[in-house]
Design a protein around this ligand. Structure first.
Ligand code: C2E
Ligand code: CA
Ligand code: CA
Length: 576
């Protein structure tokens, strides 16, 4: 028995030690500390079966002493020693987590030992009960009680941090038939199998529990979009629908899943459960082996997402995409410095679709990879045509999404496309966002170094909107910071807007980077940017995204050194 004695008084300690040693306790390991601080150290370092805690310690008083030591090692029983014999004190000692209570000097060795033994027994029983109260005996996963606690905790946290979470209720299809035809033992084994697969399919932070006969509940935290939940739901259904080996037989089972979202559907946990339940019945009505969201809007949103993804795929096959080029103008030379390639989609059924809409869906569905390759390919093809026609070509920027950049050996894929058209990388600038390079700094650094080595220019797009870490920025081989259009829009509206732009420009100067301001719409914005030393400007004031044919006169103008025939330059002279 490993016993911790928390006793300040030496005489008391000696008495107790002597009393205990006289009792022939097998393997008694006795550790004595003089105060609560000592107890905390001892409890965190080693395990004890029981502690004898004298409430008269110098560093805590009364019941506080129990509070201080009880949570550290959950399996240690507590016997409290007190000098007062007082019924109400005894009651509050026991309700504060101690297993027994002794009045000092009253007991002989045998009494003390009996109390210690009882306490250890009692502690074990309590632990067992609390386990039983939280876990399902059949499957060993948490039960409804535990789940409800977790759900309450999670909704409170999510509310505080304004985050979302998803509640999934899962019910096996036709479980009653399986139970009736194969027997209860088989039914139990199936439930165990289902619990195992659910646990295996989820991330470690997700909570899964069995809340009733063949009903399971799952809690997903850190959810951003209904389609993330959908991906989990599909994964679960697929894993559950694989055959089970039960009592030497193959058993097939499927499940229906109902989903409700916090806070979108409701913020009350009871109502969330109810909503998930309604959604689950809807999934059953559809024949089972499927999932349903409670909110019809979610369902509709998801449907329109899938439809849009399908249409993007078709649009690529049907060549409905084209590229618009937006001029970037050098404020000193007033000449065209570059172009940004922007994807455009004219759908026969949807009309002009905004890139913010289809790029998002293309990113989430992975279609951005073929679409991005197409954009680069098309840009190279266009540059090739311009060169073949003897036009002076300016560098063209191409936007790169996270999914594209994170492909293995992205630089090689990009290199292949350029080679195909014999375009030198110096004519292509890659626009990446901060978030993209910061998400995996080491691999981004390696990839960027490769691209840089090949001769590409690298630009950080939407600079200032994401989370930037200046130390890392210094390590990346970047050429350009592109000031986000939201700051440009603020120039005339607020001093903050001006301040941020000044800060970005001076940061860029210290890192020897070029600055490009995007979204320049007014002469006032342009004048401010020129005054503060921004190098390049881009925006509706200087030129809208335009077709390839509309760009050609601009390229002809540079070749002829013509500085005042273009729309681009007109805007700049207006400012001067
Ligand atoms: P972005 O890279 O920040 O592109 C600039 C956006 O600002 C473009 O919107 C452009 O049309 C718009 N813009 C240009 N000048 C002005 C102005 O003076 N005022 C205002 N209010 N807006 C201006 P767009 O074409 O709708 O593209 C939106 C976003 O879609 C782009 O933002 C980019 O992130 C993404 N995107 C567009 N094409 C591609 C592409 O080929 N590949 C990838 N990965 N993303 C693309
Ligand atoms: Ca861009
Ligand atoms: Ca941008």
């Amino acid at each position: 028995m490993r016993l911790l004695l928390i006793q300040h008084d030496d005489a008391d300690a000696e008495f107790l030690e002597a009393a205990l040693r006289g009792q022939e306790i097998s393997n008694l390991e006795l550790t004595r500390v003089a105060d609560i601080a000592g107890a905390i150290t001892a409890l965190s370092a080693s395990e004890f079966d029981v502690m004898l805690l004298d409430l008269e310690v110098p560093d805590a008083s009364g019941l506080d002493a129990i509070d201080a030591v009880k949570g550290i090692n959950d399996e240690t029983a507590i016997v409290v020693l007190s000098s007062q014999d007082d019924e109400s004190l005894a009651a509050s000692i026991l309700s504060s987590g101690a297993q027994d209570y002794l009045v000092k000097w009253e007991g002989q060795g045998r009494t003390i030992l009996r109390s210690i033994r009882h306490s250890i027994e009692r502690k074990r029983a309590e632990l067992r009960l609390s386990y039983l109260a939280q876990y399902d005996a059949l499957t060993g996963i948490p039960n409804r009680q535990f789940f409800n606690d977790q759900l309450r905790r999670a909704t409170a946290n999510a509310r505080r941090d304004s985050r979302s979470l998803a509640l999934l209720l899962l019910d096996l299809d036709e479980f009653k038939i399986i139970n009736d035809t194969l027997g209860h033992d088989a039914g139990d084994l199936l439930l165990k199998g289902v619990a195992e697969r659910l646990q295996d399919s989820l991330r470690s932070g997700d909570v899964v529990s069995r809340i009733g006969g063949d009903e399971f509940a799952i809690l997903l935290e850190g959810i951003h979009e209904p389609r993330e939940v959908e991906a989990v739901a599909l994964g679960l259904l697929e894993s559950l629908s694989k055959p089970y080996q039960i009592l030497n037989r193959q058993v097939d089972a499927t499940a229906s899943l109902g989903i409700s979202l916090f806070p979108n559907d409701h913020t009350d946990v009871k109502i969330l459960m109810k909503h998930a339940d309604i959604a689950m019945y809807r999934a059953k009505e559809q024949g089972g082996n499927t999932h349903c969201f409670f909110h019809t809007r979610m369902q509709a949103e998801l449907l329109s997402y899938h439809e849009l993804a399908r249409d993007i795929r078709l649009a690529m096959e049907r060549q409905e995409f084209h590229i618009a080029f937006q001029p970037k103008v050098n404020v000193h030379t007033k000449q065209l410095q570059g172009l940004e390639a922007l994807a455009r989609w004219t759908s026969p059924t949807r009309g002009e679709v905004s890139p913010t809409e289809f790029i998002n869906v293309a990113e989430d569905s992975g279609l951005i990879i073929p679409l991005g390759s197409w954009v680069l390919d098309e840009v190279c093809r266009t540059i090739k045509v311009w060169r073949d026609n003897g036009l002076s070509v300016v560098p063209v920027s191409v936007n790169v999404s996270a999914r594209q950049f994170q492909q293995p050996v992205f630089h090689r894929r990009v290199g292949e496309i350029l080679d195909k058209h014999s375009i030198p990388p110096s004519l292509i600038e890659l626009e990446l966002t901060e978030g993209l390079v910061m998400s995996d700094v080491d691999s981004a650094q390696a990839e960027l170094a490769q691209l840089k080595e090949m001769g590409f220019r690298i630009s950080i797009d939407d600079f200032g909107t994401g989370y930037s870490c200046l130390n890392y920025l210094r390590k990346f081989p970047i050429d350009v910071l592109k000031i986000d259009k939201s700051f440009v829009a603020d120039i005339e509206a607020s001093a903050d807007g001006q301040f941020i732009i000044e800060a970005i420009i001076s940061l860029a100067r210290s890192l020897r980077l070029e600055t490009v301001a995007e979204g320049v719409e007014t002469h006032g914005q342009l004048a401010f940017l020129i005054d503060h030393g921004c190098h390049v400007v881009q925006g509706f004031l200087l030129g809208r995204p335009m077709s390839r044919d509309a760009v050609e006169p601009l390229l002809v103008a540079i070749r002829q050194g013509d500085t005042d025939s273009t729309a681009v330059v007109r805007a700049l002279s207006g400012a001067a």
